[in-house]
Design a protein around this ligand. Sequence first.
Ligand code: RTP
Ligand code: MG
Length: 138
Amino acid sequence: MAVEETLVLVKPDGVARGLTGEILRRIESKGYSLVDLRLVQAERDLLERHYAEHEGKPFYEPLLEFMESGPVVAIRVAGERVIEGVRALMGATDPTTAAPGTIRGDLGRDWGLKVQQNLVHGSDSPETAARELDLWFR
Ligand code: RTP
Ligand code: MG
């Protein structure tokens, strides 16, 4: 099994709540390596490209507004099967029902807003990871 790389984003809610360190701790404690990391105020153009697959969905506009509402921490993470591994660490998309033990399950909840604010993003396939790492770490 070759070493893979994935993109993790600590979303604006995670940064604003001071959870960046806790999220990094979970990734590092699992044994994955941090390869690169930057604090980014994402521009519209980058977010449109990042979330192109969701264009036209009801949560698309609120999602972009949320993602540009404050800085995000972009992290290049490496390890064997790290793409799957980070998705497992994050938990399900909806933080209310995400399993306890996961980042979203332990630290997230519904805030009654137009879009799910769920603290983290992780690439969902090798193709997506390559595309997203290129966008955030060019
Ligand atoms: P992500 O892409 O951020 O890692 O999350 P994901 O794969 O678990 O979820 P995805 O389906 O790709 O959706 C992207 C992000 O959009 C927001 N979302 N809100 N119904 C809603 O309110 C809703 N659905 C999706 C979440 O922030 C989700 O992570
Ligand atoms: Mg996704």
